[in-house]
Design a protein around this ligand. Sequence first.
Ligand code: SF4
Length: 326
Amino acid sequence: MTHIEHSPDQLSHKIPVGISSCLLGDNVRYNGGHSHSDYCDKVLTKYFDYQKFCPEMAAGFGTPRPTLRLEGDPNSPRMTFSKNAEEDVSDVFMAASNKYIEKLSHLDGYILMKKSPSCGLERIKVYQENGHPHMQRSAGMFTKALRQRYPLLPMEEDGRLNDPMLRENFLLRVFTHHDFRQSLGEGARMKDLIAFHSRYKYMVMAHSQPIYRKLGRMLSGNDTRPFHALKDAYFETLMTTLSQPAKRKNHCNVLMHLVGYLKHAVDVSVRKDILDVVEQYRRGEVNLATPVTLLHHYIKHYGSEYINQQSYFIPYPSPLGIRNTV
Ligand code: SF4
């Protein structure tokens, strides 16, 4: 039986993640330059095996090139060169993008360049005949097609990774996506899904108590759907739920639950000290790393195997220091 590493701290391989080429320093932008991201190229690269792509270069537009923009119906925009609205390049652009997108089913995440009519995740202007943008904004054309093809793939813009909450949430989803696909690959059975859920219970609880109960019911044995349908429904519910960052009060609730596992193992004064730190976190005086690290220290020594394996403790590589910022 193949050994599967679950903890992000023990992964011996990098996770496959797509990225806009210009973020890695490739001179592929319209002006012949790049948009190098230090965080992607120097920090996340230790954990991500990047697959880079520039959809405008793939469409044969070359560099430098005239700027492009979106036009028309914001729900289904066309792509044109900014200075020549008559030249609709949507078909040639989408042909190259779709050909590439078909080959991405192995990815666990995608990092995109902001403000681009091709790669932007959101808020891209769609110009109207009067020369003004429509009030409704769009995603870039490549990103829109990517999302349609892989709706559960975690995606984020490089700029938004500067926001601690959005960064935390993106990394959580990428590592969860990867863990699920590793744990529930070909040949997986119900017992594997139950084992996965067992590890993610407190993670899900931190995001939503009702979904925590819903997923538990799905796996209770009363759901009559075939395994593959149940697995797909579980994954969709899980990834959708994790896409909303967990609230501070929900983290406190989970932390208090976890302290309960130390009831018979450590003195009441130690548990009170831990709960005091949880309260400090609730009041915003310390970050999430403080109560989690303290609690994990005791759980490692005195907790059961079940509680020690909770992904809640190490959802992404510890050296990234993500929980020091939220
Ligand atoms: S934003 Fe996208 S299309 Fe524009 S240069 Fe970067 S990779 Fe290419």
